[in-house]
Design a protein around this ligand. Structure first.
Ligand code: UDP
Ligand code: MG
Length: 323
C-alpha cells in the first residue's frame, strides 16, 4: 500500500487542532486505499499547539509531531517537514484548514496517473480586494522577470511525489521561497482548482510587512533580473547626463551663461542620489542573501520528534532524517 504524508506546518494553531483532527478523520474515511501519515510541524508556537499535537499522537500514532526549536517561519517549517516526511507522496496543507480536504481524492487520482506535482489553484479567494489584487500583480511581475513558468493563484497546497521531495531536500538554502522552487525543479505538473475556505479558528500570521518581505524574497531568491535593472538604470542615467553635459558646454561656449542653476543642481543631485541608493539597495538585497548562505548554518534545529529529543542534529548541507 502506498503511503501518503500530509504535512501541516503550524504556528499558534491550538484553536485549529479540533478541526485538524476532524478533517484528517475525513481523509482517512474518504481514501481507504492508502497508508496515511499526518506530520504536524510545530513552528515554535507560543501557545499550547505542541501539547495538542502530542495528545493527537498519543491517541493515534499516524499523527507525528515535529517540534522545531523556535519559530522559523512557514518556509523553513516546510523544509523540516520534507526532511521528516516518509510518504511516497506529500500533501502540504495549512494547519488552519483553509485548504479543503475534499480535493485530496482528485489529487491522488492524478498522482496515480503519473503526475509528480498536483498543485491546487484558488478559484475563489475570500481574501480582501487589496490582498487579491496585490498577489495578482506580484505573480505577473515575477513571471515577467523569469522564463521559468510560474503557476498563478497557487499557494503551497499541493501533492508532491517522492521524486519532487527528494529534489527539494537537496535545496538547502535558508532564504527560501518554496513557491519558486516548485517551478524550478520541474517534473510533471498539473493543476486542479479549489475554493479557498475562510479561516475558521485562530488568526492569520501574516502582517503586511511579512508579506512584503515574502514578496521581495520571492523575487530576489528566484531571479537576478533586478541587478540587471540597476545596471540598465546606470547606463540610462549616464547617457542622459552626457547629453545634458554637451548641451551645457555648447550653451556656455556660444551664448555665455550667468551663474544660475540652483534648481537644476538640486534636482540632479537628488535624482542621482536616489538612483544610486536604489542600485545599492538592490545589490544589498543579494549581498545579504549571500551573507546568510555562506554561513552554511543548518536551516533549523529540532526540539523533539514525537515528544523525543533528538540525539544528533542535522548538519549543514546534509539531509536530516527522523531518528
Ligand atoms: N505558519 C507557520 N509559521 C509561521 C507562520 C505561519 O508554520 O511563522 C503556518 C500557519 O500555522 C498556517 C500556514 O503557515 O498553517 C499559513 O499561515 P496563515 O493561515 O496565517 O496565512 P494566510 O492563510 O493568512 O495566508
Ligand atoms: Mg490561513
Amino acid at each position: 500500500m502506498k503511503k501518503v504524508t500530509i504535512l501541516l506546518p503550524a504556528y499558534n494553531e491550538e484553536a485549529s487542532m479540533p478541526l485538524i483532527e476532524q478533517c484528517m478523520a475525513q481523509v482517512l474515511e474518504q481514501n481507504p486505499g492508502y497508508e496515511w501519515e499526518f506530520l504536524l510541524v510545530n513552528d515554535g508556537s507560543t501557545d499550547n499547539t505542541l501539547q495538542h499535537m502530542l495528545r493527537l499522537h498519543e491517541s493515534d500514532p499516524r499523527f507525528c509531531c515535529l517540534d522545531l526549536s523556535r519559530n522559523y517561519g512557514k518556509e523553513i517549517a516546510m523544509m523540516a517537514g520534507f526532511d521528516f516526511a516518509t510518504g511516497d507522496a506529500v500533501i502540504i496543507m495549512d494547519a488552519d484548514m483553509q485548504h479543503p480536504v475534499d480535493v485530496i481524492p482528485q489529487m491522488l487520482q492524478l498522482w496515480e496517473q503519473g503526475y509528480d506535482d498536483v498543485y491546487a489553484q484558488r478559484r475563489t479567494s475570500r481574501e480582501s480586494w487589496f490582498k487579491r489584487k496585490t498577489s495578482q500583480w506580484y505573480y505577473r511581475l515575477l513571471q515577467r522577470l523569469t522564463r521559468i513558468p510560474i503557476q498563478r493563484d497557487t499557494g503551497d497546497f499541493r501533492l508532491l511525489d517522492r521524486s519532487c521531495i527528494e529534489a527539494l531536500k537537496q535545496m538547502r538554502e535558508v532564504e527560501r521561497n518554496t513557491k519558486g522552487m516548485y517551478s524550478w525543479i520541474g517534473f510533471r505538473k498539473v493543476g486542479i482548482t479549489y475554493d479557498q475556505q475562510q479561516r475558521r479558528a485562530g488568526t492569520s500570521k501574516w502582517s503586511p510587512w511579512a508579506l512584503l518581505d515574502l514578496a521581495i524574497n520571492g523575487i530576489a531568491s528566484y531571479t537576478t533580473a533586478p541587478l540587471r535593472l540597476a545596471s540598465f538604470l546606470g547606463v540610462l542615467v549616464s547617457v542622459v547626463a552626457f547629453c545634458y553635459l554637451l548641451y551645457i558646454l555648447l550653451v556656455t561656449t556660444f551664448f555665455g551663461e550667468p551663474v544660475q542653476g540652483y534648481p537644476t543642481i538640486m534636482v540632479t543631485m537628488l535624482f542621482l542620489g536616489g538612483v544610486q541608493l536604489l542600485g545599492l539597495g538592490i545589490v544589498g538585497e543579494y549581498l545579504g542573501r549571500v551573507f546568510n548562505e555562506v554561513k552554511r548554518r543548518p536551516g533549523y534545529f529540532v526540539g523533539s520528534y514525537n515528544g523525543k529529543r533528538p540525539s544528533v542534529q542535522p548538519g549543514a548541507g546534509s539531509n536530516a532524517q527522523p531518528q
